[in-house]
Ligand binder design. Structure first.
Ligand code: ANZ
Ligand code: ZN
Length: 808
């Protein structure tokens, strides 16, 4: 009897897979259907791979292994998203080049990924910090620049007043600098922007054509925040046109005041006309210290100052209303001016109540003395609204839109919450932006022949105290000649954000060594789109949206063949530490996969992380429960060792095997890995009870192979299949099932009377009580034992036995 020596077995097969490469994806193979399975490539942190990675990685590995066995040409690649802040900070602290830190971390990650037995095509590894990779990141940026999608604008950055550096958003914790606790203010800085808003409509509308789980679609729609409304012109008593953006133009007759955002340039322009300018100026100053989020919140005490000396005229009623400055109106949305309708907008209601302004009802249906009545459906009827009276809100909105358009005082307008993408970082460890600033020619792109523009060596990765990137100190590098006029010019010293490299990596996997293009036309046409992309919900509104945007751009310029990069998107729940809290170093509850693999083996680790719960839900880690997965594999091992030599399927096992094939096949496709495993556990129990042949084991090993690839490969060899069929288990065909065989037609059932065995009956599967009792009473011994007696109780154990309790 051989022992289940998982460490030796796992190393043996990992080595063999590396040598024989059974997981190679073949570009252009027309004989098979292609399947492209994608996981989010990891950031190679110093902590190494954690069990949070193992859940999505294992699930997609199972899907891809099964697809290969089903005859697909599978592309399942891996790489590293390696630019970014933690590496840069580590480099600064330890005075090690970030490229070296990255290299060492990747080595560690690669080792761990091998250790877990993932079936990646290792010849397609990508690394976003490799110049042969970022050459193409820079190339895509240049195409965007040439199409006018990249532009410079002054945008606020987080500025630590004591470190004197620009901070990333994640370095600002509770409003102060994460490093020194110093005050963080917003400072305007000229930055590169990408015009993602130009794609807002397509990013929403094309969601119709993809198979993304609903919560991903909803989050993306809300993030883009398309709002269909109307712009309406009011007039100030000083003659200035005041345009507002409203989604409720039907309430125009209910306006009792107007509000202008503290940042609005009109205020500074009216300085001399505003009689209480000192109060207004003080308010403007105060507002600058609050975040947009704080300002927009409901139920927050509303503040503001009335502008004395200027009023506004309502274009529908001709009535004059007061004008306020208040911070609940943001400059960055709509027009920065709002018409106040306290009867039907809750924030306006709160404001009007606080300042004693009239509240007019223009939609009947609620009680506006208590709160605003805000329903937009057919519930409310228009009142006090001239030509709109009697209409429902739904009818009144288009009627008012038409009226303001005809009067020449407004028009329909669509707004978005989505803002353009701030693409500049004042950091070292990112892709250099391949542009040159020439005093004569302006911003000039580098010729494509000069790509990649390499990151120069610097003496220190520390950001400068003027807020510029460390690259700005490399005067030799910065000072260059203009590609356009040949005169002296300067390179851009900002670098790209970490999101750049991950916006197109799935394309590079299709053809990772190409030095003529980001990938060949042939490879792009063969592999596009990604068939299934699984990743974290936290990437829904940034990475997933950014990469859809880049892909659409590449589609527009004829580089990629599909409008959408991903046909299907699913998402996994988090793995929580024992105790149900988020795993973190500070809580000391982080589970290291290395420890689990050393103690129980990678197959147990994989099986456990799939068995732990519903894939889409969060799940709590339990090392105790890991042992249960190990015991299951022990039972599989014992079953195989004790298997009868025959390669035929045992008739008694046929039904359970067909049933299990069906269940596991269906469950993998719907990410129900936990119930697939439960079905295999049931099958092992039955096979153990019935006695199993090598023929029975064959099916079980094939089904279990995607989940526990090492032990199944070893047993496949041990039971003679490797020699007999000339291939590894992972190369064999996925088993087929016959629906009619998933249920056994008849079963033998024991018959007892008062607990004593009296005989057996053969019954159709799942027979009911009456049929079973009738058949039992036809057995001679049973008839004798029940003669002259009354059946007081029947105990039926379905498909197994019936016990008749009788009394005289
Ligand atoms: C009058 C009105 C009456 C409004 C009513 C609503 C209800 P969404 O759906 O998010 O696009 N608004 C417009 N610009 C604003 C800004 N810069 N800062 C704060 N609020 C602003 O919201 C559009 C509504 O938000 C607009 O419609 C406007 O208030 C307000 F019964 O106009 B409404
Ligand atoms: Zn020039």
């Amino acid at each position: 009897v051989m022992k289940y020596d998982f460490t030796a077995i796992e190393q043996k097969w990992q080595k063999k897979w590396l040598e024989e490469k059974p997981f190679t994806a073949v570009t252009g193979d027309k004989s098979r259907e292609k399947f492209y399975g994608l996981i989010e490539f990891p950031y190679p942190s110093g902590q190494g791979l954690h069990v949070g990675h193992a859940r999505p990685f294992t699930a997609m590995d199972i899907i891809c292994r099964k697809k290969r066995m089903q005859g697909y040409n599978v592309l399942f690649p891996i790489g590293y998203d390696a630019f970014g802040l933690p590496t840069e900070n580590y480099a600064v602290q330890h005075k090690i080049h970030p490229a070296k830190v990255t290299h060492d971390n990747i080595e560690n990650f690669r080792k761990q990924l091998h250790m877990l037995g993932y079936s990646f095509d290792w010849d397609r590894e990508v690394n976003t910090t490799d110049p042969s990779y970022y050459k193409w990141t820079q190339w895509i940026f240049l195409q965007m620049f040439k199409k006018g999608l990249a532009y410079k604008a002054s945008m606020p950055v987080n500025w630590c007043t004591s470190c004197k550096i620009v901070l990333a958003n994640e370095e600002v914790v509770d409003g102060v600098c994460e490093r020194c606790g110093g005050e963080v203010i917003r400072k305007e800085k000229s930055q590169w922007m990408l015009a993602i808003t130009k794609y807002a409509d397509r990013l929403i509308d094309d969601l119709e054509d993809v198979d993304f789980i609903e919560r991903v679609k909803t989050q993306q729609r809300n993030w883009i925040g398309r709002s269909e409304g109307t712009e309406v012109d009011f007039t100030a008593t000083n003659g200035q046109k005041l345009t507002v953006y409203t989604t409720r133009c039907d309430t125009l007759f209910g306006v009792t005041y107007m509000v202008i955002s503290p940042e609005h340039p009109f205020l500074q322009a009216w300085k001399d006309q505003i009689q209480n300018w000192d109060a207004v100026a003080a308010y403007i100053d105060e507002a600058a210290h609050k975040s947009d989020f704080e300002r927009g919140e409901l139920n927050k005490e509303k503040t503001g100052v009335r502008l004395e000396g200027i009023e506004a005229v309502n274009p529908a009623s001709g009535k004059k209303v007061p004008l306020f400055v208040s911070d609940y109106v943001l400059m960055g949305y709509g027009t920065g001016i709002v018409m106040g309708v306290p009867g039907h907008d809750q924030r306006d209601w709160e404001f009007a109540t606080k300042f004693g302004l009239p509240i007019i009802e223009v939609v009947r249906g609620g009680d506006i003395t208590k709160e605003a009545f805000t329903l937009k459906d057919d519930t409310g009827i228009m009142v006090n609204s001239g030509f709109l009276d009697g209409l429902t809100v739904k009818e009144a909105i288009p009627a008012m839109k038409k009226w303001v358009t005809e009067q020449g005082i407004g028009h329909p307008k669509t707004n978005y919450k989505l803002r353009d993408w701030v693409f500049s970082r004042q950091r070292y460890w990112g892709e250099p932006i391949p542009l040159v600033n020439c005093p004569k020619c302006g911003w000039v792109p580098l010729p494509e022949s000069e790509l990649p523009l390499l990151l120069p060596e610097v003496d220190s990765y520390e950001v400068t105290d003027t807020g510029e990137s460390p690259l700005s100190k490399m005067t030799d590098w910065v000072n260059t000649t203009c590609p356009c006029c040949g005169g002296p010019a300067q390179r851009e010293t900002d670098t790209m954000p970490q999101w750049a490299g991950s916006s197109w990596y799935f394309l590079r996997y299709m053809d990772p060594h190409n030095d003529q293009a980001l990938a060949s036309k042939e490879a792009l046409e063969y592999w596009s789109p990604v068939d299934w992309y699984n990743g974290g919900m936290e990437h829904t509104t940034l990475h997933l949206l950014y990469s859809r945007f880049w892909h659409k751009f590449l589609y527009d310029i004829g580089v990629v063949p599909t409008k959408e990069p991903y046909a299907k998107r699913t998402s996994h729940g988090m793995i929580l530490g024992e105790g149900g809290e988020k795993m973190s170093k500070s809580r000391g509850n982080v589970v290291n996969p290395n420890d689990i693999v050393a103690q129980y083996g990678a197959d147990t680790m994989r099986l456990y992380i799939m068995f732990v719960g519903d894939f889409e839900q969060a799940a709590t880690w339990s090392t105790e429960a890991v042992k249960g997965s190990k015991r299951f594999l022990d039972r599989v091992w014992n079953l195989a060792e004790g298997a009868a030599e025959s390669y035929d399927v045992t008739p008694a096992n046929e039904a359970v095997l067909h049933k299990t094939i069906k269940k596991v096949t269906d469950d993998i496709d719907s990410l129900k890995m936990n119930t697939a495993i439960a079905a295999m556990m049931t099958a092992v129990n039955e096979l153990t009870a019935n006695g199993a042949s090598r023929g029975d084991l064959r099916t079980l090993l094939l089904l279990l192979n995607p989940f526990a690839p090492h032990i199944t490969e070893e047993l496949w060899e041990m039971l003679g299949f490797a020699a007999k069929e000339g291939k590894m288990c992972c190369q064999a065909d996925w088993p087929a099932y016959d629906e009619s065989k998933t249920v056994a037609s008849t079963v033998d059932m024991a018959v007892q009377v008062n607990g004593k065995l009296k005989g057996a009956i053969s019954m159709p599967v799942d027979s009911g009580e009456k049929a079973v009792v009738d058949a039992a009473l036809a057995v001679e011994k049973v008839q004798k034992a029940t003669e002259g007696m009354k059946i007081v109780k029947t105990i039926l154990v379905k498909n197994r036995l019936v016990n008749l309790i009788v009394k005289p």
